[in-house]
Write a protein that binds this ligand. Structure first.
Ligand code: HBI
Ligand code: FE
Length: 286
């Protein structure tokens, strides 16, 4: 199945390919090891305990690119999730349908040595090192499936833009509040050397307590570090918030409110840290 065909696929079955684990080269595995080792150093003391437990439970380590079949044996047992191989970004409908069915779509290619710090499309390191470990945590696993169900509703109600924001500020760049300080859970931070160091060391960004309606109206820059990070208390909170809301009135309510930029702070915000705002170069918000 060529990538082009996948881009037009509307059924999730048409997007799934074979990972072809035996085809990875020694250099592919060496690039995984470089990325893994570097991120473990950047994340030490700042990533949430649940993520580290997931890495260990699924046997994801610095030994090389994980074999989805091996990962899935542990993952299915724990939360019923499985990792399925796709050629890259897939259309929203099969994407949400997969999540609703506890299937996580992961790319199979790994970035080159020249792309260690940034690449456009999510590669297997972003998808598997960044996203997969937390799928072994029951509450997070439930949230991801609920997110997929809400995504299918969003397509029907022309609200995918709001789901993209919810994805961005939780699944990709979310933080957890802990007594000892915030802890990282978002895959976009976990898998990025630059953003992990920025999050840990730079005072520019705001930290605001998560609020579903607030996140749904907040735009984001796809190729810049975050000007605001949203902070949850625990994964159960995320799941229960989605489950508690009636989808029908949700999209109407979100459409009625004007969008915010990532820089904004509004009166209703529970601001945990007001950032210095010095950093962000600012790209057009989405
Ligand atoms: N496809 N493989 C893949 N991975 C994603 O994260 C992804 C996608 N397609 C659509 C999509 N994300 C977005 O629509 C959501 O993030 C909202
Ligand atoms: Fe991602």
């Amino acid at each position: 199945m060529s990538t082009h065909a996948v881009l037009n696929a509307q059924r999730k079955e048409d997007c799934i390919i074979d990972q072809g684990w035996s085809r990875y080269t020694v250099d592919d595995h060496a690039i995984w090891k470089i990325l893994y080792t570097r991120q473990q150093r950047a994340l030490a003391g700042h990533v949430c305990r649940e993520y580290l437990d997931g890495l260990e439970a699924l046997g994801i380590d610095d030994g090389g690119i994980p074999d989805f079949q091996v990962v899935n044996r542990s993952l299915r047992e724990r939360t019923g999730w499985e990792v399925v191989a796709v050629p890259g970004l897939i259309p929203s409908r099969p994407f949400f349908e997969m999540l609703a069915n506890r299937q996580f779509p992961a790319g199979t290619f790994i970035r080159t040595r020249e792309q260690l710090d940034y690449l456009e499309e999510p590669d297997i390191f972003h998808d598997v090192f960044g996203h997969v470990p937390l799928l072994s945590h029951p509450d997070y696993a439930n949230y991801m499936a609920a997110y997929g169900r809400l995504g299918l509703e969003a397509i029907a109600r022309k609200g995918v833009k709001f789901l993209a924001r919810l994805n961005w500020y939780t699944i990709e760049f979310g933080l957890l509040r802990r007594p000892e300080g915030v802890r990282i859970y978002g895959a976009g931070i976990v898998s990025s050397f630059g953003e992990a160091n920025y999050l840990v060391g730079d005072p520019s960004a705001h930290h605001v307590a998560f609020d579903l309606d607030r996140v749904a109206r907040t735009g984001y820059y796809i190729d810049d570090f975050q000007a605001t990070y949203f902070v949850i208390d625990d994964f159960r909170q995320l799941f229960e918030i989605l489950e508690a809301r009636d989808f029908a009135d949700l999209f109407e309510a979100w459409r009625a409110r004007p969008a915010l930029t990532p820089f904004d702070i509004v009166a209703s915000d529970d601001v945990l840290r007001r950032g210095s705002g010095a950093y962000c170069a600012g790209f057009p918000a989405t």
